[in-house]
Design a protein around this ligand. Structure first.
Ligand code: HSE
Length: 338
């Protein structure tokens, strides 16, 4: 069966997904029996293009790479639902920018798709942060699948690992680095860049959110922590009740002072049991060079999960990035097809 894929959001991550699909078309078919056509691409800036028989992916990529637009294609108009139906998509890859308060526009896209029985893979954190239960119920009701590997640690398969390889484990605590941008900024500042230079570089590399405020003020890490609380502990910890710090007050001087004490400054997120219930935090910590998280540099993320059956399991991998996050969508699309 050919999977007809609609893509919502054709910026850094969406384009990376198209590139990977184009590069690996043959391999995906041979190894996983994953055959696909891209039947719709919609983007806030570039507009919308549809072809139920499959868009010419190479031509789309050429247009994006040369003009950052869909030049040479006839643009489609209409509501998202109308376009989705016209495209005859069987799967939606949702990669629009995150809005942590409303979840929009991704939330409406996902609701529309699930309502039509279309499977959804997303990297947009907003919809999961604001409406995980509603979306899960909607997916069940319409026999559609929904996956969101890319909302935490980009393509590093944390969620898949928890749901499959760690099935049956009881979780005691989790601690780690969950935001690529801030970890990258701290590392670059250790290497001599100013805060602003480092943040600009993180944005250029495609690590930062469209609005990087939510990276640097710790909100992105808090949202991820809240989502992990649902997955690991089945507990709703609202983002507002997470003790949260960001890196906005960090200066090169503070980093240098920590270094003289043999320490590094890291933005660390975690969830642990206390006698008052679960405690979730995103906090700046000065940790010794010997600490396992001290060596996690750049946009790399890492988490250590403490369980009953496995003891401690540590997962280290990319936390942000265009292709790294495109990979999360790809893995989810292939898993849903299987
Ligand atoms: N802005 C996010 C980060 C992207 O830097 O971690 C991946 O969620």
């Amino acid at each position: 069966m050919i999977n007809r894929i609609a893509l919502a959001g054709c910026g850094n991550v969406g384009t990376a997904l198209l590139e990977i699909l184009n590069d690996k078309k043959k391999e995906l078919d041979e190894k996983f029996g994953f055959e696909f056509k891209i039947t719709m691409i919609t983007d806030l800036i570039k507009g919308s293009i549809i072809d139920p028989d499959g868009l010419d992916l190479q031509k789309v990529l050429n247009a994006i790479h040369s003009t950052n637009s869909f030049e040479g294609f006839v643009k489609s108009k209409g509501s998202f639902a109308e376009m989705l139906e016209q495209s005859r998509a069987t799967m939606l890859a949702e990669a629009t920018p995150t809005n942590m308060e409303t979840g929009e526009p991704g939330l409406s896209h996902i609701k529309t798709a699930l309502g039509l029985g279309i499977h959804v893979a997303m990297t947009n954190k907003g919809p999961i942060a604001v409406a995980m239960d509603e979306l899960t119920d909607l997916a069940k009701k319409h026999h559609a699948k929904m996956r969101y590997e890319g909302v935490i640690m980009s393509g590093t398969p944390l969620i898949n690992m928890i749901h499959t390889g760690m099935a049956g484990c009881t979780f005691e605590k989790i601690e780690g680095i969950l935001n690529g941008t801030t970890n990258f900024v701290l590392t670059e500042m250790e290497n001599g860049l100013s805060y602003n230079e480092a943040l600009e570089k993180a944005t250029d590399m495609g690590y930062a959110e469209t609005d990087s405020t939510m990276d640097v003020n710790g909100l992105d890490s808090a949202v991820k922590t809240s989502i992990i609380a649902r997955i690991l502990f089945d507990e709703k910890i609202p983002v507002e009740s997470i003790d949260r710090e960001g890196i906005t007050e960090i200066t090169v001087e503070k980093i240098e002072n920590a270094k003289e004490r043999g320490n590094k400054i890291k933005l660390i997120s975690g969830i642990e049991h206390t006698k008052n219930g679960l405690h979730a935090y995103v906090s700046l910590k000065e940790i010794p060079f010997s600490h396992s998280l001290a060596g996690i540099d750049g946009a790399t993320n890492a988490v250590t999960i403490t369980t009953d059956n496995l003891g401690e399991v540590t997962l280290i991998g990319p936390g942000a990035g265009r292709r790294e996050t495109g990979q999360a969508l790809l893995a989810d699309l292939v898993a849903m097809a299987q």
